[in-house]
Structures are given as structure tokens and as C-alpha cells.
Design a protein around this ligand. Sequence first.
Ligand SMILES: Cc1cc2nc3c(=O)[nH]c(=O)nc-3n(C[C@H](O)[C@H](O)[C@H](O)COP(=O)(O)OP(=O)(O)OC[C@H]3O[C@@H](n4cnc5c(N)ncnc54)[C@H](O)[C@@H]3O)c2cc1C
Length: 283
Amino acid sequence: MQYLRPSNLHEAIRLKNETGYTLLAGGTDIYPGLENGTRPAGLIDISGLPELSGPVRSDEYWWTIPAMTTWSALANMTLPRQFDVVKEAAAKIGGRQIQNKGTIGGNICNASPAADGVTALMALDSRVTVVGREGSREMTLESFVLGNRHTSLKKDEILLSIGVPAAQHRHSSVFKKLGSRRYLVISLVMVGVYVALDDVRQLSRVGICVGSCGPRSVRLKAAEERLLGMQLDEAAEFSLKPQELAPLSPISDIRATASFRLAMARTLVDEGIRDVVGSLIDD
Ligand SMILES: Cc1cc2nc3c(=O)[nH]c(=O)nc-3n(C[C@H](O)[C@H](O)[C@H](O)COP(=O)(O)OP(=O)(O)OC[C@H]3O[C@@H](n4cnc5c(N)ncnc54)[C@H](O)[C@@H]3O)c2cc1C
């Protein structure tokens, strides 16, 4: 297997386009894959590229997270409460070694239906910036992750960073993960919930995202719309209606049945909304 280590982004884009080799970030998805028999012809190691690393940055409207940011780095950063959903997901991804090497960009580009980071970031209306031979493109994370192991990344493109809109008012967020044990486990179902208020304490932004219940994480938009405009006390009584779970299409496999996943998704969403609304009432 070939191993290439470009020294800058421009060279990495050229090599990816010319060779079609697989990009290697932290390797925590790629290396287990090698053992299971999927062996790429070559790897392009992007872990040393300064353009993909560096500190998380913010201005008045956006937070920018470089693609090579690890889960440990995120979990240990001081960030506003809107990032609780991401930090809680980060702390539940694998064990310490995985969190130290695994990156946010790798989680997104691997596009597993059980990618905890994708669910957390989608709840926050995140966007991604990709860069290729013809410059950069920006899109919502929702439109970037197309399905199981399938993204809209083109042959020459690399994920550069993730953008998260900065919360303007009071807000809260939470991540809920259900596995067959507490740690080191692939999610049977996971849920990210984000709520922000306007200046009259009505819910003005709501993000509810569910993962491991279909080929990719999805937002429950009908439920989000029902919550928008509610006062906090009304939202505290919220409970999902069965039809609001329609975007989910879980499968039965060795880890759980489809009906169990659906029932748990409903429970975790209700719990998640109660938690974020409760924390805003107590503020
Ligand atoms: C024991 C173990 C436990 C785990 N537990 C969890 C868990 O609980 N939750 C969870 O969500 N995941 C889990 N994972 C999966 C993995 O750790 C995460 O998905 C991690 O974030 C992947 O990041 P990475 O940098 O290691 O990706 P890599 O393995 O380096 O890459 C993954 C894929 O993304 C592509 N890629 C990486 N970076 C870029 C980029 N910047 N641009 C374009 N393509 C890119 C690669 O080519 C590859 O296809 C676990 C893995 C292991 C081995």
C-alpha cells in the first residue's frame, strides 16, 4: 500500500485527484477497516496539514472548527453552552485513545449512520467547507452527508472545516446516547437537541437530530416546527407525536430491533427536550 504525506493543502488536493487514494486523518475508522478486508491502494496522510488544524475560531456569527480537531480537544475546550451537545458526544466517542486520535472531519466524512458527531453537529445547523482544485464550496452538513458511507465530497475535495452559527440569545443543548453498555459502544440510538430563545423567552431556534435510525442522521423537522414559538412552560410539557418520527427508518440488526430503536428515539427526544427546556427555566 502506498503512503503519501503532503506538506500543504494544495499538494494534498493534487495527490487526491491524481491517485484517488484514501485520506488518512486520525485513522480510527480506516485502520479497523483494513483488518476487515477493505484495503485501499494508498493513503494520503493529511494529519500534518496546518490548514486543517489550529484553534477553534469565532466571530459574531460563526464558530469555525478545523477538520483535524480531535474529540479530546473539543471535550476539553471552554465553549458556550450551545456546544454541550458536541462536547457530550465527544466524551462518549470510543475511549480515551480514540478520542485523542479521532477527528471531527473523519467522523463526518466516514458518514457512518452511527456517527455521534454528525448527529450532534446537525442539531446545531452546522455547515461544512470543502476545498478542491476549483476552490472551496460551502453547504449544510445535512446536504453533505448523503447516506451510509456516502457524502457529496468530489474526487479532488477535502473537508476543511465545520461552521456552527453562533447562538445570539439564551440557549441550551444536550446529547443522549443509548448503547448496550455505558462506554466504548456504538450507539443503538443517539439524539442531539438544541434550543435557543428570543428576547421574549419564546423558542426561536430548535434542532432535534436522531442518529442510528436510518442510513444517516436526520432532523425531526415537524417536531421542531411545533416547538417553535412556544413559551418555556408549554415546551416543558412537549411530547413527540408518532407521526413526527416519520423521517426515521431504523433497521433490525444484531444490536437492536427497528421497533426498539424507534421507541428509544422517542424517549430520548422527549427527555432531551425536557432537559434543555428545564435548564433554561432554571437559569
Ligand atoms: C474502538 C473504536 C470506538 C469508536 N467509537 C465511536 C463512537 O462511539 N462514536 C462514533 O461516532 N465513532 C466511533 N468510532 C469511529 C471513529 O473513531 C470516529 O468516527 C472518528 O471521529 C474518525 O476520525 P478519524 O480522524 O480517525 O478518521 P479516519 O479514520 O482517518 O478517516 C475516516 C474517513 O474520513 C475520511 N476523511 C478524514 N478526514 C477527512 C477530511 N478532512 N476530508 C475528507 N475526508 C476525510 C477518510 O478518508 C476516511 O474515509 C470508534 C472507532 C473505534 C476504533
